[in-house]
Design a protein around this ligand. Structure first.
Ligand code: HEM
Length: 501
């Protein structure tokens, strides 16, 4: 009798301890989810425990964030899994953050999605600021500037592109694979001084890995989640997406490793012709010779970023340009007439832009409405920061919402409307806007801005000098809805090309 009462009491105590322990743990988890890093941290949605707002992102996370900013303000935060991320949503705050406070805001976090492949702090995109990082960016910028001057590399590569387009004339064609090969070869010549035939299996494989990385709708969304929520990499179906992503990345790095090995054998320090030569030269002489961060992996990852940064972004922008022409026959005709009268059959160059007002307005509207990178990669604060009355402790993750800057109704009335006319004055002259910032601004500005702007202008003009374009997909995918993860791309469509006289 005594034994059974003792057992009863002990069992009760034990089960209540268990219950209290579970409740306490649950409470701690809820508190952890709910509490902000600082009482003056910017406000914003917290979503649900563990996942935060990830389940509510919808098809276009940058657009959803823009809508939340109407309620919480242009500087707001979002709980994304276990991180509190600050979003900056209009031009004034973007400028204040990334330009005025660029020395505090140019940090980058360790993004496991990439560091699981090659270790942290590699390449440029996720490189922690340092003299070495600055020097690498400087080397790349001078190399790109030198190769992009006159746009010769673009003109030369267009000749191959043109031959392939010509073969497809008269029948429905999806331009995407050809455009990708074109932009990949432009960047390849700048990066490693080499172009590859359109039937080169290994190069095609390399290109398709980049293509699927961030724009394949079945894959990119899951990879995006793994980027923000590293633990998901171990849980199906994200596990499979992450495995596929890693395999693709290793494949790309292996392809580039081979190119680096070949270049090392033939390297002549007196003839530096491309970015890889510049890196090899800097590695063997100059201030950063023997620098511990200047490893072969650093070179391979930097080259990979050249390709993935420069290929999909520019290709998607060109695909948006063609789609918008098909949607707006009036502008299609005006642009063709303008090109005929200002440029004729000369080789287009950037100086022509001064007199191609409608074309420039049309392209600026493309940069505004279809930003290839709708939000910046994550920045981090290198020290505590006071911003617009809020407090951001050191290490806070901050994202510039380029989409929200470009769709701000205070700056762009009826922002959803694709209207090149908004960039023309009463005399029909082009008005350049500094509030359209598809390449970001501040210390982490895009390395490839000059190349991308030159490539888009020259290629767009050359396509229109060479072909008439008509739609082969009915109905065409809309202009105001694309595939949006880390990059923004149009849904698939086909065109019919015919030769112009
Ligand atoms: C349509 C074309 C392109 C667009 C819209 C674009 C956009 C961007 C944006 C928004 C950023 C982030 C800025 C920030 O974090 O604040 C960026 C960074 C970067 N882009 Fe681009 N980009 C384009 C083309 C290119 C090209 C052609 C290259 C390579 C040659 C390139 C290489 C990079 C690199 C390496 C960074 C990281 C810079 C750093 O962290 O310091 N991009 N780009």
């Amino acid at each position: 009798m005594l034994a059974s009462s003792v057992y009863y009491v002990l069992a009760n105590v034990y089960s209540s301890i268990n219950l209290w322990t579970i409740l306490a743990l649950l409470g701690a988890a809820l508190w952890q989810w709910w509490k902000k890093p600082h009482p003056r941290f910017p406000p914003g949605p917290r979503g649900v425990p563990i996942l935060g707002i990830l389940p509510f992102f919808g098809k276009n996370p940058s657009k959803s964030t823009m809508h939340w900013s109407l309620r919480y303000g242009s500087i707001m935060s979002q709980r994304m899994a276990s991180w509190d991320v600050v979003y900056v949503n209009n031009y004034e705050t973007y400028y204040k953050c990334f330009v005025k406070n660029c020395n505090t805001l140019n940090g980058r976090p360790d993004v496991k999605l990439f560091s699981q492949i090659h270790g942290p702090n590699m390449g440029l995109v996720f490189k922690i600021p340092s003299d070495f990082c600055k020097n690498q960016k400087h080397l790349a910028l001078t190399s790109i500037r030198r190769s992009t001057a006159q746009g010769q590399v673009i003109h030369d590569e267009f000749d191959y592109f043109f031959e392939h387009l010509k073969m497809k004339m008269g029948a429905p064609v999806d331009l995407k694979p050809l455009i990708y090969k074109f932009t990949a070869n432009v960047i390849s010549q700048i990066a490693i001084g080499k172009r590859f035939g359109y039937k080169h299996t290994k190069f095609n494989d390399f290109v398709s890995k980049i293509e699927h990385e961030f724009t394949d709708p079945n894959h990119a969304g899951k990879v995006h989640v793994c980027g923000f929520f590293p633990i998901m990499r171990y849980i199906p179906p994200f596990y499979q997406a992450n495995e596929k992503f890693c395999l693709g990345q290793h494949h790309m790095l292996a392809f580039l490793r081979k190119q680096v090995e070949k270049s090392k054998v033939n390297f002549d320090p007196n003839t530096v012709n491309n970015f890889l030569d510049v890196l090899l030269h800097a590695k063997t002489s100059g201030d950063f010779k023997g620098h511990p961060e200047f490893t072969d992996t650093q070179i391979e990852v930097f080259l990979k970023e050249f390709f993935s940064g420069g290929m999909e972004t520019t290709s998607n922008t060109l695909l948006w340009c063609v789609l918008a022409l098909l949607h707006l026959p009036k502008y299609h005709q005006l642009i063709v007439e303008e090109i005929d009268s200002v440029i004729g059959d000369q080789k287009p160059k950037m100086s022509h832009k001064r007199n191609t007002h409608v074309t420039s307005a049309f392209l600026q509207e493309i940069w505004r409405c279809m930003p290839a990178v709708p939000q910046t990669p994550i920045h981090t604060t290198l020290s505590d920061l006071e911003l617009g009355g809020y407090f951001l402790p050191r290490g806070t993750r901050v994202i510039g919402n380029i989409w929200a800057v470009h769709y701000d109704p205070q700056v762009w009335p009826d922002p959803e409307k694709f209207d090149p006319g908004r960039h023309l004055d009463k005399e029909g002259k082009f008005i350049r806007s500094f509030k359209i910032i598809p390449f970001g601004i501040g210390a982490r500005f895009c390395l490839g801005e000059l190349l991308a702007r030159t490539e888009v202008f020259i290629t767009f003009v050359k396509i229109l000098q060479s072909f008439r374009i008509s739609p082969a997909t009915n109905p065409l995918p809309p202009l105001n809805d694309g595939i949006c993860f880390l990059l923004y791309s149009p849904h698939q469509y086909q065109v019919v090309l015919s030769e112009r006289n």
